[in-house]
Write a protein that binds this ligand. Structure first.
Ligand code: NAP
Length: 247
């Protein structure tokens, strides 16, 4: 792989790709989470300043290809990347993890946003949020009849009617069973992230007959090439070498 690649990351999948990139390539993080210190490629942290800023970065750094391996709910950076690539005439590739599909015994309640989440959980008392940090901004709004457990990547002292679990996947089936039994949840809130690392919660919700309030995926821009797995993306990057990145 000779041409310079910008890998947009912030996910476990992106980190696996970054581990395979040599020193000419750049792994980019928003700066919200941990920054790995042991990567063979260069690492940059922080926003680019919108699509225009990213287009300038692509030109300044002579990036020949962008691979978007951000989270499926990180819609802004993906939209910016698609626009910047079009502007800078750089190919835009994306790793697009397939969403989970409901199984026959699943009880998914589809919602679009935070308002939809609060409406869907209203009848329930013990709520497990596995949808990121958004509930942390609403801990003062926990209704009197509810207790929230929020599992996310951020450490937080919690609240009188909320517990915050600072944990990073992958999560095992047994671990999720233990958590669900201890928490006595009667509903869970999830994004449809796809992939195996955080899927066990859905199996345990199914076992326990719990409803899952599922946040719909945002619309993402089309990419010139889309990969369903890390391996497919790595294979395509490896092929660049042979094709001399005439993409
Ligand atoms: P977002 O709303 O799509 O992006 C917000 C802004 O953050 C972007 O406009 C960009 O700033 C900057 N940004 C995002 N990802 C970046 C990257 N990889 N490198 C450089 N700048 C980046 O993103 P988000 O939902 O806040 O997620 C932030 C990061 O966390 C993403 O990288 C994503 O992969 C990761 N993540 C998100 C979720 C989720 O549920 N949303 C879950 C797990 C991990 P500028 O406009 O200034 O360039």
């Amino acid at each position: 792989m000779s041409a310079r690649v910008l890998l947009l990351g912030g996910t476990g999948d992106a980190l696996r790709i970054a581990r395979a990139l040599g020193p000419a390539h750049v792994y980019s993080l928003a700066g919200l989470g941990r920054v790995p210190a042991d990567l063979p490629c260069a690492v940059r942290v922080g926003g680019f300043g919108g699509a225009d800023g990213l287009a300038r970065y692509l030109a300044d750094e002579q990036i020949a290809l962008v691979l978007d391996a951000t989270h499926p709910y990180a819609a802004q950076i993906s939209a910016n990347a698609a626009r910047a690539c079009a502007q800078a005439r750089v190919p835009y590739w994306a790793l697009r993890r397939a969403p989970w599909q409901p199984q026959p015994d699943d009880d998914w309640r589809m919602v679009d946003d935070w308002t939809g989440v609060t409406q869907a959980i209203a009848p329930y008392a013990r709520v497990l949020f596995t949808s990121g940090r958004e509930p942390l901004a609403h801990l003062d709004e926990v209704p009197a009849h509810q207790h929230w457990t929020v599992r996310c990547l951020d450490a937080h002292p919690g609240h009188a009617r909320a517990q915050v679990i600072d944990a990073r996947g992958p999560f095992t089936h047994e671990g999720e069973r233990t958590l669900f039994a201890a928490g006595r949840f009667d509903v869970i809130v999830s994004k449809n992230s796809g992939g195996a690392a955080t899927e066990a919660k859905l199996a345990v919700a199914r076992e326990r007959g719990l409803p899952v309030v599922m946040m719909r995926r945002p619309t993402l821009p089309p990419a010139q090439r889309e990969f369903a797995s890390v391996q497919d993306a790595l294979d395509a990057l490896a092929n660049l070498n042979q094709r001399n990145i005439d993409v």
